[in-house]
Design a protein around this ligand. Structure first.
Ligand SMILES: Cc1cc2nc3c(=O)[nH]c(=O)nc-3n(C[C@H](O)[C@H](O)[C@H](O)COP(=O)(O)OP(=O)(O)OC[C@H]3O[C@@H](n4cnc5c(N)ncnc54)[C@H](O)[C@@H]3O)c2cc1C
Length: 454
């Protein structure tokens, strides 16, 4: 008997959780499961700012996909670059660059999101994101390089520019990144006796009038106070007008001489979604509450890439926010719905009530709101780290993270720069591989050419 072929795209929170559930609940005789992923790990994104600031090593948050011998999914190393939903074929660009085609009966689209950019002159060339392990690792090197170069320079203007760091985006990614990296440069100043710590400046900008509005007014104010007390200059209602390799011009007219612009102003669904030619909601793929894609038989979509209706929200028509909390649970729900489809059982809609938010600002500074209870300082930090630690999928990853936290708390940082891409840093596009995709027409042409050659 021919087994149904399930193809999962993306090994993030959503994709991996879906696969693990399928592996546990379906016997090998019931379906073949294949995963398309450019990397051989699941990235624990919420801890990326801690990699950038050197609290954690990159390997500690790259959770292995091959740790257990129970894992039976076939892994294709590459990225899906287009889907022909009529022919039920997914086109994959392997890590060698070669295009291959994979027929499926059921497709689970979980390719996540990329850094959202705007039409701001110089942005895509000079801004650095915080979405991939490579970006976080690069940023750490870059920030330490600025300290080294400023220390070695006799030119006052150059020193000031190298010591001015600009972060855009007042959500949790930007706030945590600014807070954690500011701590890095603050501690580094002790090891650079020629540098004046007062010269190191951090700016955090957001167009919105509040930082992390989901924290609520009072916790939002606590977070703001922590940042300001640390000397981070927070400007709300302000963004970037243009950027070059040596300066950042703000929308309020200020010009900041700086070599560092970290861009975390929101996310956009993976470009793979645009190649489908299907209906989207704010760029995310429109799906039913059961997470199937209308008019694309056998296709499910979830996580940051999909506009999953938020049935637990009070507002009509709300969609789930792009968080790991939702992606993970949607992964389980899609697996259950896929199994129900195979077994001709009814599908269930996805419903999850938000459990709250944790924001690690480094050291003992944190704010969190588990189950709506506002916490700050050490209790908030304990909740934040406890939550992330328990959410890591393998015991090895848990041990690595815990060991790193302890080591960093006891010994601090050693400010080692590995020399990564110092001369010509990759752009956002290169870091996030956003130009490898095929358009819907290119997918059709590719499939037609294949059919013509037999
Ligand atoms: C710095 C930062 C901090 C965050 N903090 C929190 C937090 O505290 N709490 C929280 O709930 N959320 C947090 N988030 C958001 C959370 O990480 C995302 O919402 C979550 O990762 C989404 O899960 P996903 O599975 O949809 O996508 P991802 O986890 O991003 O996974 C997508 C996967 O698909 C792969 N992929 C991409 N394109 C393709 C392709 N074409 N083919 C094959 N594979 C592909 C990627 O390599 C990746 O492995 C944070 C995000 C960032 C960046």
């Amino acid at each position: 008997m021919v087994r149904p072929r399930i193809l999962v795209v993306g090994a993030g929170f959503a994709g991996v959780e879906c696969i693990r559930r399928l592996e546990r609940r379906l016997s090998p005789a019931e379906a073949d499961i294949t995963l398309v992923t450019p990397n051989s790990y699941q990235l624990y994104l919420p801890l990326l700012p801690q990699v950038a600031s050197g609290v954690l090593t990159p390997q500690s948050i790259a959770v292995s996909l091959r740790r257990s011998s129970r894992y039976r999914t076939r892994i294709i190393p590459g990225g899906a670059v287009g889907v022909d939903t009529e022919a039920r074929v997914c086109v994959v660009r392997k890590i060698t660059g070669e295009l291959t085609e994979h027929a499926y009966d059921y497709l689970v689209l979980a390719p996540g999101s990329i850094t959202r950019t705007f039409d701001i002159p110089g942005l895509t060339e000079h801004a650095r994101g915080m979405k991939t392990l490579a970006e976080a690792t690069y940023l750490r090197d870059h920030v330490i390089a600025q300290l080294d170069l400023a220390d070695a320079s006799e030119d006052e203007a150059e020193r000031a520019a190298r010591l001015c760091f600009v972060v855009v985006g007042g959500g949790y990614a930007g706030t945590e990144t600014a807070a954690c990296l500011q701590r890095l440069t603050h501690h580094a100043a002790k090891r650079y006796p020629r540098l004046d710590p007062g010269q190191i400046t951090w700016h955090l900008l957001d167009l919105a009038p509040k930082l992390m509005p989901e924290l609520g007014d009072s916790l939002g104010r606590v977070a703001l106070d922590v940042l300001r007390r640390r000397g981070i200059q927070v400007s709300l209602g302000v963004s970037v007008a243009k950027v070059s390799s040596t300066e950042v011009t703000l929308t309020d007219g200020r010009v900041l001489p700086s070599r560092t612009l970290i861009w975390t102003a929101g996310v956009a669904a993976s470009p793979l979604i645009g190649t489908l030619g299907a209906e989207t909601v704010r760029g995310r793929l429109l799906v039913t509450p059961e997470m199937s894609v209308p008019a694309a038989a056998g296709v499910f979509a979830l996580g940051d890439a999909a506009a999953v209706p938020d049935l637990a929200a009070r507002e009509e028509g709300a969609i789930c926010p792009p968080t790991a909390q939702h992606a993970l649970r949607q992964g389980r729900a899609v697996a259950d719905n896929l199994i129900a489809t195979l077994r001709h059982q009814p599908l269930r809609p996805y419903v999850h009530k938000d459990l709250g938010l944790v924001v690690d600002l480094g050291g003992t500074d944190a704010v969190s709101k588990p189950l709506g209870i506002p916490l700050r300082g050490l209790p908030a930090q304990a909740v934040a780290r406890g939550y992330h630690w328990s959410a890591l999928r393998t015991n090895v990853a848990k041990t690595r993270v815990l060991t790193n936290w302890l080591l960093n708390a006891v010994a601090g940082d050693d400010f080692v720069r590995s020399g990564l891409t110092a001369a010509k840093p990759p752009t956002l596009r290169e870091f996030e591989y956003t130009d490898t995709y095929l358009s819907a027409d290119q997918v059709r042409a590719h499939m037609a050419a294949l059919r013509a050659t037999g």
